[in-house]
Design a protein around this ligand. Structure first.
Ligand SMILES: C[S@@+](CC[C@H](N)C(=O)[O-])C[C@H]1O[C@@H](n2cnc3c(N)ncnc32)[C@H](O)[C@@H]1O
Length: 313
């Protein structure tokens, strides 16, 4: 592989990928993603590239400081977007094997507990979906982007929509496809890196759906600004988009400013309707391109006051 005009051996890149994925919490991250993060880092680190292009054995590289720097940096990037959400992925295959049907609450609960976000949401799922569908109506089809283990909350939907899902992790998508097949859910999970929305419409593989979930994913894919989020929201072919955000910091403290004012501003600018659903540790913006529908719903439910309150945030 050539980086900054220097040749780096494929076997060395392969070893880096292998060593980075050796950590339990990163085992499910696709090798291609690890490889692309390594290349991204190396393109900005001429000194490390110059070292990795020298003629040494893999063992000699492994002991060098520059090698450790690559491992440390790429692991830290991957942990931020992927690893820190995984509680225990090692049991997922076994749990799915034991799962008999949609009414197997124990197995579904166990699976939801293997991911930080779904584990935390366990207590609110029934009320959450009831509140969302009160606005959107019971969906016949759902798209779940950056889905993690959320498709396993299917029994809480209390409806039987077709379910399309996607995550950056190929392993997670494989598991979800096996689940859909086993439980007879119409749908498919496709691995997609949502950051690629910058390069074109990566969502074209999915049909139009009634509702799209973007649970705790916009904060994950974007570190600065909200351009990617806006592109994504504009590209999604769904009547409603439900974007959620944590109200807690990484150390589980309450955020001082939990509301994402930029979502409300974006909706105003694009003439989309937006309703906020609040829970203690997570807030959900139900967004619709049919702004008149949202206005009518707010009027019917007397939510005009809530709107005024939120515009002060
Ligand atoms: C905080 S978790 C939320 C998971 C799920 N939406 C939920 O709330 O239960 C973030 C998810 O986004 C996925 N992810 C991270 N970076 C991504 C990217 N660039 N493209 C697609 N998915 C990504 C992770 O694998 C992880 O499952």
């Amino acid at each position: 592989m050539i980086i900054n005009n220097k040749q780096i051996k494929q076997s060395l890149i392969k070893k880096l990928v292998f060593d980075i994925r050796a950590k339990k919490e990163l085992r499910n991250v696709d090798s291609e993603i690890v490889r692309s993060e390594i290349v991204k880092f190396l393109k900005q680190s001429p000194k490390t590239v110059a070292f990795l292009a020298t003629n040494r054995t893999l063992k000699q590289f492994e002991r060098a400081e520059d090698y450790a720097v690559v491992i440390k940096h790429v692991r830290s990037v991957l942990r931020k977007s992927y690893g820190m959400f995984v509680v225990d992925a090692s049991q997922r295959g076994n749990i799915l094997e034991r799962m008999r049907s949609l009414s197997d609450t124990d197995a579904h609960t166990e699976m939801l507990r293997t991911h930080e976000s779904t584990k935390e949401r366990m207590a609110i799922y029934p009320e959450l979906y009831e509140k969302i569908f009160k606005i959107t109506g019971k969906p016949k089809s759902i798209l779940d982007l950056g889905c993690g283990m959320n498709p396993f909350s299917y029994p809480f939907l209390k409806a039987h929509p077709s379910y399309y899902a996607s995550d950056i992790s190929k392993e997670d998508c494989n598991l979800i496809n096996s689940y859909f097949k086993k439980i007879n859910i119409t749908g498919e999970a496709i691995p997609i890196d949502l950051r690629e929305i910058d390069k074109g419409n990566i969502l074209m593989f999915f049909p139009k759906t009634d509702v799209c979930f973007l649970f705790k994913v916009l904060d994950t894919i974007e570190t600065t600004g909200h351009k990617l989020a806006e592109k994504l929201v504009n590209s999604i072919n769904s009547d409603f988009i439900v974007a959620s955000f944590s109200t807690k910091t990484l150390s589980k403290e309450d955020m001082r400013h939990p509301y994402r004012g930029w979502v409300e501003l974006m909706c105003k600018r694009l003439n989309f309707g937006c309703i906020l659903i609040e829970f203690d540790s997570e807030i959900f913006y139900v967004i619709s391109k049919k702004s008149e529908f949202i206005s009518a719903f707010k009027e019917k439910e007397n939510l005009i006051y809530a709107d005024k309150k939120s515009s002060k945030r």
